[in-house]
Design a binder for this molecule. Structure first.
Ligand SMILES: Cc1cc2nc3c(=O)[nH]c(=O)nc-3n(C[C@H](O)[C@H](O)[C@H](O)COP(=O)(O)O)c2cc1C
Length: 370
């Protein structure tokens, strides 16, 4: 029996359904990360469209470093009032909203050379070839505190929780990875050491936001390359996160540009699926831990989502590109029109003029009028 539209919880956060808008950078904030009318419009639409839990695009936690243009910021207290307006707006529709917090790192080609970019070690990012500065202990402490302070601001602004971005080759992911992390101090080497940065961030954040505030973590199931973080290691990280009180874990991958071509590949013991690329990995983790697992990636068909919900212990389903194409998708499905979304998974939604669906022509027109 489908439970997709029944009320449920993550930690103390009551949710009206099991659908999540996966963190999606919109490229529509001002130069310094402040809100714009377009952004308010996009979030209001998602809330009207019956998304149970909305995760914001990644927000930078320190002013001097961001991996992309047009990102939302959360690096000082000047943001609190405008985000209060945002969270109030979303809450009117009985949706919940959490802020994703990130330090980018070397997975970027944005304004390279204009700033110092931190990394665990001096190892070029495989895609961008960007090289970062190996962090000192003082720099690690600075970033740990920046995450915690940004979370405190999120709580003050009325967000229902925060999501720590530890996936997709961003800085925390790089600390976890034996390929990117070649450190010889207490933050490198063994998996216990490689996960210390993430655990420090969690611990400092928890201290500031209290025991009941939802903290979610987004992880890459596997780095899907020889010498990278393996799925077995990710499983161990998840067990640790569950033990220390993380409220939910999002299991992603880092292959979104090429995921379509990797469907059917067997990697680290499981297969990348056509519908819900990483759900076999998420299901395996859900057998190990008793915190909710959210799967993300390649979910476009409600029949397939229902099948995953009925045959695995995955509890939540996050969508990004489909909601760029059709922000009212969840409402439409709920009302009984179960046609799949018009999303070709082409990933052409990242444009210099903002991130939107370039395939769904109706959507383009709607956005222009926001
Ligand atoms: C335009 C765009 C922006 C994205 N921004 C973020 C982000 O800010 N943080 C993040 O964790 N993932 C981001 N992602 C990845 C998505 O959250 C998601 O993991 C991925 O697109 C796979 O889900 P989908 O098949 O439903 O699109 C972004 C994806 C797209 C297409």
């Amino acid at each position: 029996m489908s439970t997709l539209f029944t009320e449920t919880r993550i930690g103390n956060m009551a949710l009206k359904n099991r659908f999540v808008r996966s963190a999606t950078w919109e490229n529509m904030a001002t130069e310094d990360g402040h809100m714009t009318e377009k952004l308010y419009g996009i979030y209001e639409e998602l809330a009207k469209g019956e998304v149970g839990l909305i995760v914001t695009g990644y927000a930078n936690i320190v002013e001097e470093e961001k991996p992309n243009a047009g990102m939302m910021g959360m690096y000082n207290d000047s943001f609190v009032d405008e985000y209060q307006k945002l969270t109030d707006l979303v809450h009117v529709y009985d949706a919940k909203i959490i802020m994703q917090l990130a330090y980018g790192g070397t997975k970027t080609t944005h304004n390279i050379g204009e700033r110092v970019i931190y990394a665990p070690s001096e190892v070029c990012e495989r895609g961008t070839k960007t090289l970062g500065k190996a962090m000192t202990k003082a720099e690690i402490d600075y970033i740990v505190q920046a995450f915690a302070q940004a979370s405190r601001r999120a709580q003050k602004s009325g967000f229902d929780g925060v999501e720590i971005h530890a996936a997709h080759t961003y800085l925390i992911n790089q600390f976890l990875s034996p390929y990117y992390n070649r450190r010889e101090d207490e933050y490198g080497g063994s998996l216990d050491n490689r996960m210390r940065f993430l655990l420090d961030i969690y611990a400092e954040t928890r201290k500031l936001v209290g025991d009941d505030y939802p903290i979610l973590v987004k992880l890459t199931a596997s780095e899907f390359f020889e010498g990278g973080l393996t799925f077995d290691e990710t499983r161990t990280v998840c067990q640790k996160l569950a033990a220390i009180g993380v409220d939910a874990i999002i299991i992603s991958g880092n292959i979104h540009g090429k995921a379509n071509t990797m469907v059917g590949e067997f990697f680290d013991g499981y297969t990348i699926q056509e519908e819900g690329y990483f759900h076999e990995y998420g299901h395996a983790i859900s057998q190990d831990v008793n915190v909710p697992i959210i799967t993300v990636g390649g979910l476009t068909d409600i029949d397939a989502i229902e099948e995953i919900a009925n045959t695995t212990d995955i509890q939540f389903f996050a969508l990004s590109r489909p909601l760029l194409s059709e922000p009212h998708l969840i409402k439409r499905w709920k009302e009984g029109d179960r046609a799949p979304v018009e999303c070709e998974r082409c990933s052409k939604c990242r444009t210099k003029r903002g991130n939107f669906c370039v395939v769904n022509k109706d959507r383009k027109l709607q956005l222009a009028s926001l």
